[in-house]
Design a protein around this ligand. Structure first.
Ligand code: HEM
Length: 426
């Protein structure tokens, strides 16, 4: 038998950090509406280093795209992939450091109350809907910022990217999901840097990282990973941070869908096709975010994560459900606008000039269907046949004599998967 001797905490002095200290919860500051454009005023005012930040994000976008291409072509072993991910993490950390003031400003001015007020302004007359969105945001530590600026959003993207990328090598995630996360990040940085990401011949210098941060994480894992309290800390971190990344992907996805709808309305077919392709990258990113968020054992989900959502859901007559996610609701209504535009163009879409757009729409649809199929599998592995939290909430509101047949979360999702097939019939 080969025994691996790990260094003792005492021997390693300065890097003797408990893993739970590394997995600290952060809040995410997200806009109510769209991705803001980089406005010329921002550049004219000469805010310190804004051009440098843009250049940094663009460089990060190209590096991420290069990694996407590499991972897409050869099956790299996880310890090699983690080297690339560490390099990407360094871009995110540097971006967050460059935009430190923006993050401090968000922290100082936005809290749960201002966030609820921002949602209230957009949801008029439906108190239950408002309550659902507010509870979700509060649970996941999301604060809504009306009129978010480019700098604030860029800071949030870097901060969330850093939080996901530092932990990604410690997950058991499939490499297709790593590609999808990296690709979504590449496009988000490309949009913020105002330049589409492209593959480079070689990966430029900043990708060579000083591995000390990653080294500390590895060390901490080797000390703490088999305790229940550590498992809960990691699960909570993934559950929350994964939802932050998911919501960012929905945000970028709906901005791309909105652009696609506008371009189709103007008969700019090629531009519409490109916008749909970009929406697909971000939609695929939401699936990968879901896989990352749920990357922990069912036991922890059932004894810790699920009860924590159930507890919050008691404040709502319908309980807690993913459908109360603000960004998901906004994504769905944007998608319905695109569907109406596709309906308008049913005839032309069959013409050869529209072939590229039709193909893009078909790939988007396929990604949308596969997303729900993945969701079914996650629910099946986590809760199997147990009734969904919503059904449990409904049961609580009924007399005990009432015999209501309860559906499991998995069954509900399976029904939704069937509905999705009809919903996008292009
Ligand atoms: C905004 C995105 C999401 C939406 C719209 C959504 C929607 C739903 C719906 C409708 C259900 C069925 C039962 C219910 O209403 O609660 C469900 C269940 C479930 N979803 Fe999601 N979901 C989302 C995000 C996620 C993510 C990111 C994960 C991460 C793994 C996830 C994992 C699960 C699990 C494990 C269940 C079973 C719930 C239980 O009964 O404990 N969902 N989701």
């Amino acid at each position: 038998m080969i025994l691996v001797e790990l260094p003792s905490k005492e021997a390693s002095g300065a890097i003797a950090l408990e893993a739970s200290e590394l997995y600290r919860r952060r809040s995410a500051f997200l806009p109510i509406d769209a991705v803001p454009r980089l406005s010329p005023e921002l550049l004219r005012e000469g805010r310190p280093g804004i051009a440098g930040v843009r250049a940094h994000l663009t460089e990060g976008a190209h590096a991420a795209q290069t990694i996407v291409q590499k991972l897409s072509q050869v099956p790299l072993a996880p310890f090699i992939t983690s080297g690339y991910i560490a390099g990407l993490r360094a871009y995110a950390t540097r971006g967050a450091a460059l935009l430190e003031d923006e993050l401090a400003d968000l922290n100082a001015h936005h809290n749960d109350d201002t966030s609820a007020e921002a949602v209230r302004c957009c949801v008029t007359g439906d108190e239950l809907l408002l309550l659902g969105h507010t509870l979700q945001d509060r649970y996941f530590g999301i604060r809504r910022v009306p009129d978010i600026t480019w700098g604030q959003l860029a800071a949030q993207v870097c901060s969330t990217a850093e939080a996901v990328l530092i932990d990604l090598p410690f997950t058991c995630i499939d490499f297709d999901e790593t590609i999808a996360i990296t690709n979504a990040l590449s496009h988000a940085w490309g949009i913020l840097g105002n330049e589409p990401p492209k593959e480079q011949a070689t990966i430029s210098q900043p990708l060579t990282v000083n591995g000390s941060v990653e080294q500390i994480w590895r060390q901490a894992w080797s000390w703490s990973s088999e305790t229940e309290s550590f498992a809960r800390t990691v699960a909570e971190y993934r559950w929350i941070t994964g939802h932050h990344f998911l919501n960012l992907c929905f945000l970028f996805c709906r901005s791309a869908l909105r652009r696609a709808t506008e371009e189709m309305g103007r008969q700019k077919v090629e531009r519409a096709a490109k916008a749909v392709d970009q929406a697909t990258v971000f939609l695929r990113g939401t699936t990968a975010a879901m896989r990352y968020a749920g990357n922990f054992p069912a036991h922890i989900y059932n004894t810790f994560t699920r009860p924590s959502m159930d507890k919050v859901g008691r404040a709502h007559p319908f309980g807690f459900s993913g459908t109360q996610n603000w960004d998901y609701a906004a994504f769905r209504s944007t998608m319905q606008a695109l569907t109406a535009e596709v309906e308008e163009n049913r005839g032309p879409l069959r013409e050869p000039d529209y072939a590229q757009l039709l193909k893009a729409l078909q790939v988007f649809r396929e990604t949308y269907l596969a997303d729900m199929e993945q969701h079914v599998l996650i629910a099946a592995s986590k809760v199997s046949t147990d009734a969904s939290l919503m059904q449990k909430a409904a049961r609580r509101g009924m007399p005990s004599s009432c015999s209501m047949k309860e559906k499991s979360g998995t069954e509900i999702l399976r029904d939704l998967a069937a509905l999705r097939r009809e919903e996008l019939n292009w």
